[in-house]
Design a protein around this ligand. Structure first.
Ligand code: NDP
Length: 448
């Protein structure tokens, strides 16, 4: 590794020694920026790397709320406002017991480059809480969301920071958060949150956007080898928002999705998940809030709480659950079983050694910050529609999403070619995302 880059990375580790997943994200980006840092000395001269790894601001706060027995529970809330060189901070809120400042710094850091790739004017941020929505009543989730907003409202706004959903934060939670925001501030805030309901300011296609966008990205990668999605066997992990709509788009394009999972286990349906089975999953996960095992019981297919679906033979893999869910052994198994393309619906789902295996074996590998950028892209389009107080049709938003995913692919592909690693989307996406932010930071002076 270049000594300047190594020095920046070591500084990150020394400052926050316990934040391993954040270190992992920083290392992955810094390593791939090496050719750009060498080619353009202006970034080193302006200490861009030292500045870009440091969040502009982190807000941490207490969230007390009442459970169903009237007992006061306390969770921890965060908002990491990472980089606003390109626009207001933009990024989701995650509710999951594993949420820590380090996890949100990793996600916020990734978000800077992802948002830059979308072509829309958005900075990078991320937030959330160690609150676990699993097993909670609607009233408990509402009480929690209200309490979170009592603090968060003062830090957000259409020109400041616009949060959205992520793991554990879907339409229900955005509704409660938005209701609380309005009650506290007495105004709609034009666009203070994205992922709103379609009847009260949300964009059509926002729920679908990350999953659809991921499949559009994979389509573009496949095109570079004269292939398409039709007839491909696909393995998807997770069964939440991203996994559901990635599955829907695969079905629409004539591919066969044979697996889905949740944090308890995974199902294998060799006949493929069709539209009717997907409707069952959406009801199970979004309405009844049940476990994926019930699908296996209902449709009489295999279920396992051991191992992972990455042991299955498939042409396309779409990891869409969480970070570090594909280890090196699993990446090797996918390669040995003939996988052609991997599109990351989740953020950083593949461990670094797994990424190496995909790259060495010339697998079409679309890293999360490019492949899952469809969600934040349509969030950006939701902001645009809110600003003009006028809404686009489903077809219009979907066409814009498709065009953005094609442009992200083209940008990452051509950038990889320009820097001598044609088809390496890790390098292409990182450098392309970085250059736009870094140039903005240089232009805006040294205090940015
Ligand atoms: P959801 O909460 O809707 O679904 C998450 C899914 O992943 C669930 O099936 C969940 O299972 C599973 N999961 C979560 N944590 C773990 C874990 N530690 N181990 C195994 N399985 C787990 O979230 P989303 O679909 O929105 O998000 C999925 C991924 O996509 C995340 O990495 C997120 O950051 C990323 N992403 C999401 C975007 C969006 O628009 N929603 C945009 C870009 C990226 P269970 O129900 O058992 O918890």
């Amino acid at each position: 590794m270049d000594s300047y880059i190594e020095q920046v990375y070591n500084g990150v580790v020394e400052k926050d020694p316990g934040q391993e997943v954040f270190h992992q994200a920083v290392l992955e980006v810094l390593e791939s920026l090496e050719p750009a840092i060498k080619k353009y000395p202006v970034y080193k001269e302006n200490s861009i790397l030292e500045r870009i790894v440091e969040p502009e601001r982190i807000i941490q706060f207490r969230i007390p709320w009442k459970d169903r027995d009237g007992k006061i529970q306390v969770n921890r809330g965060f908002r990491v406002q990472y980089n606003s060189a390109l626009g207001p901070y933009k990024g989701g809120l995650r509710f999951h017991p594993t949420v820590t400042q380090g996890v949100l710094k990793f996600l916020g850091f990734e978000q800077i480059f992802k948002n830059s790739l979308t072509t829309l004017p958005m900075g990078g941020g991320k937030g959330g809480s160690d609150f676990d929505p699993k097993g909670k009543t609607d009233a408990e989730v509402e009480s929690f969301c209200e309490s979170l907003m009592f603090e968060l409202y003062r830090h957000i706004g259409q020109f400041v920071d616009v949060p959205a959903g992520d793991i554990g934060v879907g339409g229900r939670e955005i509704g409660y958060l938005y209701g609380a925001y309005r009650k506290i501030t007495n105004h709609h805030g034009t666009c203070v949150l994205t992922g709103k309901g379609a009847g009260w300011g949300g964009s059509l296609i926002r729920p679908e956007a990350t999953g659809y966008g991921c499949v559009y990205f994979v389509q573009e990668m496949l095109k570079t080898r004269g292939e398409d999605m039709k007839g491909k066997t696909v393995v998807v992990s997770g069964s939440g928002n991203v996994a559901q709509y990635a599955t829907e788009k695969c079905i629409q394009l004539g591919a066969k999705v044979i697996a889905l999972s949740d944090s308890s286990g995974w199902i294998h349906d060799p006949d493929g998940i069709d539209a009717e089975k997907l409707a069952y999953i959406m009801d199970l996960k979004n309405v009844r809030r049940g476990r994926i095992k019930e699908y296996a019981d209902h449709y009489k297919v295999d279920y396992s709480s051991q191992g992972s679906p990455w042991s299955l033979k498939c042409d396309v893999a779409l990891p869409s659950a969480t970070q570090n869910e594909v280890d090196a052994k699993e990446a090797k198994a996918l390669v040995d079983n003939g996988v052609m393309a991997v599109g990351e619906g989740a953020n950083m789902p593949t461990v670094p050694a797994g990424v190496e295996i995909f790259l060495e074996n010339k697998i079409l590998y679309g890293p999360g910050k490019a492949a899952n950028a469809g969600g934040v892209s349509v969030s950006g389009l939701e902001m645009a529609q809110n600003s003009q107080r006028f809404f686009w049709t489903r077809e219009e938003v979907d066409a814009k999403l498709h065009q953005i995913m094609q442009s992200i692919h083209a940008n990452a592909y051509h950038t990889s070619e320009l820097f001598g690693a044609k088809g390496n989307y890790v390098m292409g996406a990182n450098i392309a995302g970085f250059l736009k932010v870094a140039n903005a930071m240089v232009d805006q002076g040294h205090r940015i």
